[in-house]
Design a protein around this ligand. Structure first.
Ligand SMILES: [Zn+2]
Ligand SMILES: [Zn+2]
Length: 243
């Protein structure tokens, strides 16, 4: 059966045709990319690290990567549908800096297949209040709301607070990233909701894992049973962007 969009949608599509989210070429469906830009995305498939989701080479199944074996992360497991490359970087920057909230449903389409099971509560990585004030919204919280609606799992954007305005993590060494984030987050859980809960932490991109680890540390300390991380994309070492 051929899908027929409702008349109103047909009129809207005629007046304001949907565009590719990257190059703005006209597309048939909203919230998608044109075929050329679609080819620029790199979806993460097995073999990948069974902990941090980084793609692996020269093995035939998922297993912990060398970094995770050497420095096991504090969070349990990271999930991401995409490798963080220049195209994804462009989309993520638009989403968080230029009022690109309409890109949310497209990210959800990609992320929905990576959502782990048995999650009790969704917690977005918070922005410091000053950054929130200048940006008007927190992209991680917006993604979290979409995931919460899709999974029917409660979201709590106020449990975790960022109490230290941290400089951009972009070009810092691993050690400096951790130092930069020391004491950056606190948990305010007056109703004890975190106790024995499996938490899904949401962010836009997982780079070194320093932010996710800093959040996981305080969430676990406050009683969470497990903290998993879900992002749009996972940076790999050769292509370290600056989210
Ligand atoms: Zn395009
Ligand atoms: Zn790993």
């Amino acid at each position: 059966m051929i899908f027929k969009p409702p008349l109103v949608q047909t009129i809207i599509n005629f007046l304001l045709p949907p565009q590719c989210a990257l190059c703005r070429e006209i597309t048939k469906q909203p919230y998608t990319l044109c075929s050329d830009c679609w080819l620029k995305l790199k979806f993460i498939t097995s073999p990948k690290c069974s902990i941090c989701c980084v793609p692996l080479e020269n093995v035939d199944h998922d297993m912990p990567c060398a970094d995770c074996l050497k420095f096991p992360p504090i969070f349990s497991k990271a999930y991401a549908p995409l490798v963080y490359n220049d195209s994804v970087k462009k989309l993520v920057l638009r989403y968080k800096n230029y009022d690109g909230l309409h890109l949310g449903p497209m990210f959800l389409q990609w992320m929905q297949r990576s959502i782990p099971q048995d999650i009790h509560i969704i917690v977005p990585v918070p922005l410091h209040w000053w950054r929130f004030f200048t940006r008007q919204y927190n992209q991680a919280a917006e993604l979290g709301k979409l995931i919460a609606k899709h999974t029917n799992v409660a979201i709590n954007p106020n449990l975790l607070k960022r109490v230290k305005a941290t400089a951009s993590q972009g070009r810092k060494s691993k050690f400096l990233r951790y130092e930069n984030l020391k004491d950056a987050f606190v948990v305010r859980d007056t109703k004890n909701i975190l106790k024995k809960s499996n938490v899904l932490l949401i962010d836009d991109v997982l780079t070194s894992g320093a932010t996710a680890n800093a959040c996981a540390q305080v969430l676990l300390y406050a009683g969470a049973a497990r903290v998993d991380v879900l992002t749009i994309a996972r940076a790999v070492k050769d292509n370290h962007g600056t989210p």
